[in-house]
Design a protein around this ligand. Structure first.
Ligand SMILES: [Zn+2]
Length: 104
């Protein structure tokens, strides 16, 4: 059996982007990835907030984003992985793993 995950359709992705861009506290976003497996829709994204916003406020805005995205299709199960960024780290060339090939 071959199982392939696919991205959400462009129309849905555009609506997700619109929801994210409608939040004035979110200055930008990056690493948006979507996929669908069976009837589960996955959304991963980094939301960039002003670094002085309180975590509780950024968290509640990301909850609101999730809630509005879920309204796009109430019949599906949605799984979100939203990362809250204090700066746009998409342009920083760092790596999580600093071990060399021989240390692994
Ligand atoms: Zn990021």
């Amino acid at each position: 059996m071959l199982i392939l995950d696919i991205s959400l359709d462009k129309k849905t992705v555009d609506k997700i982007i619109k929801i994210i861009e409608s939040k004035k506290e979110v200055s930008s976003y990056h690493f948006l990835r979507t996929r669908e497996s069976w009837n589960i829709k996955f959304v991963d994204v980094h939301l960039v907030f002003n670094k002085d916003i309180k975590l509780i406020n950024a968290h509640s805005i990301s909850d609101k984003v999730e809630e509005e995205i879920e309204q796009l299709d109430c019949k599906s199960k949605w799984v979100f992985n939203i990362h809250l960024d204090p700066i746009d780290d998409s342009v920083i060339p760092w790596k999580w793993c600093n071990k060399t090939e021989n240390e692994l």
